[in-house]
Design a protein around this ligand. Structure first.
Ligand code: HSE
Length: 393
């Protein structure tokens, strides 16, 4: 079985490592997996694969025109990788990808193409790293009505939040530490502004509701403005703060958002460092919870290789997605929110349920309000931080 890999960064190295170290147990079960070629950007950069005979190329066409039938994508670019995946799929090659930006943006198109070409488009590694998430919910869709899914889906944000909470460090201090340790990207924008979580909740929600959800319709508010004073305020009320991606189907409408959340329950509140945690509510089992490492070299590579094995063993679920439901995406539920800001407007004053003023800052708990209304009210506010409150106070 010949495969190719696009990208040889952290996760690509992890894929090669597992395939090399586990070659014998894989062979025993009939998986004679050989990496034909690895596509890299800089052919002159020194690489240290465990298998010294591996060949690298910077020419995408060598992979496109090769006889490999499955390509593993561990790149992080969006449009270039999308174009390449399109070409590979059109040429009849299965794709296993960890690239959540591509999977989220082109979800319908790539899934539909895989059906048309009778190949597999597998993306377990795009959400929640090592935690099996995509496949369990894909299976559920046939037999269960899932009506809510929410989770801590970004390891970098969770690392920052839990370190701020426990060690009392500032956002900038923890971000710097996370970058030095290699958790956060040099450009952590997608992580801390919530876009990475937005992509992941878009992918999960599209599967469970079998309905098209545009990225632009997902309200996304990250953690970049968070301060120690927010944790102090939350703690005094018995809460922790975590960044959640969440969606709920109610009365034919999908409420979906990415928003820092005051959490009290142990499941989310006791998720530390780069842990991911996902909660799924459905008709057959009320609720189940998944928790584990949401990022990392071997963790993500593990999810990729599980996809690969399912394809090779012909046990992969045939991609079924068809946007069969046309649910409206609209945040119409009313909730309590926390708002921290420096000045109040008349509209915000009318939403206040309780307020504490510390120094220059107002820490507010709102009455129950629709998220869209709150966003309208704080739209032109500078230095504002908001969080949803998980339970009524
Ligand atoms: N930047 C991502 C995170 C990597 O921090 O969770 C895994 O998708």
């Amino acid at each position: 079985m010949k495969i190719a890999i696009m990208g040889f960064g952290t996760v690509g190295i992890g894929v090669e490592e597992i395939l090399y170290k586990k070659r014998n147990p894989l062979l025993k079960r009939g998986f004679d997996i050989n990496i034909d070629k690895i596509l890299i950007k800089n052919i002159n950069k020194k690489r240290n694969p465990l298998n010294k005979k591996l060949t690298f190329t910077d020419d995408f066409d060598e992979i496109l025109n090769s006889d490999v039938d499955t390509v593993i994508d561990v790149t992080s670019s969006l449009e270039e990788t999308y174009e390449r995946i399109l070409k590979l799929m059109s040429a009849g090659k299965n794709i296993v990808t960890a690239n959540k930006a591509v999977v989220s943006k082109y979800f319908e198109e790539l899934n539909e193409l895989s059906i048309k070409k009778n190949i597999f488009f597998s993306y377990e590694a795009s959400v929640a790293g090592a935690i099996p998430t995509i496949h369990p919910i894909m299976e559920e869709v046939f037999i269960n009505d899932i009506f809510e899914i929410s989770g801590i889906l970004n390891g970098t944000s969770n690392y920052i939040l839990s370190k701020m909470e426990i060690e009392g460090l500032t956002y900038d201090e923890v971000l710097k530490e996370a970058q030095e340790l290699g958790y956060a990207e040099a450009d952590p924008t997608a992580d801390v502004y919530g876009f990475d979580t937005m992509r992941k909740i878009r992918i999960l929600s599209s599967i469970v509701y079998n309905s098209k959800i545009n990225e632009d319709d997902i309200f996304t508010f990250g953690i970049a403005n968070i301060k120690i004073s927010d944790f102090d305020f939350a703690k005094a009320l018995g809460y922790s703060i975590r960044l959640l991606g969440k969606s709920k189907l109610k009365d034919g409408k999908i409420n979906i958002s990415v928003i820092p959340t005051f959490v009290k329950d142990d499941f989310f509140a006791k998720s530390f460092e780069s842990t991911n945690a996902i909660e799924i509510l459905g008709e057959n089992f009320k609720k189940y919870e998944l928790k584990g490492p949401g990022a990392g070299k071997l963790e993500t590579a593990d999810a990729i290789i599980r996809d690969l094995l399912r394809i090779l063993a012909k046990r992969e679920i045939k991609t079924f997605y068809g946007s069969a439901n046309n649910y409206v995406v609209e945040n119409n539920l009313e909730k309590n929110y926390y708002v921290r800001c420096e000045k109040l407007s008349k509209e915000l004053k009318s939403l206040i349920s309780s307020e504490k003023i510390i120094g220059e800052e107002h820490h507010i708990i709102t009455k129950k309000v629709n998220l869209n209304k709150l966003i309208d009210v704080i739209d032109d506010f500078d230095k504002v931080f908001i969080a949803e409150i998980e339970e009524e106070i």
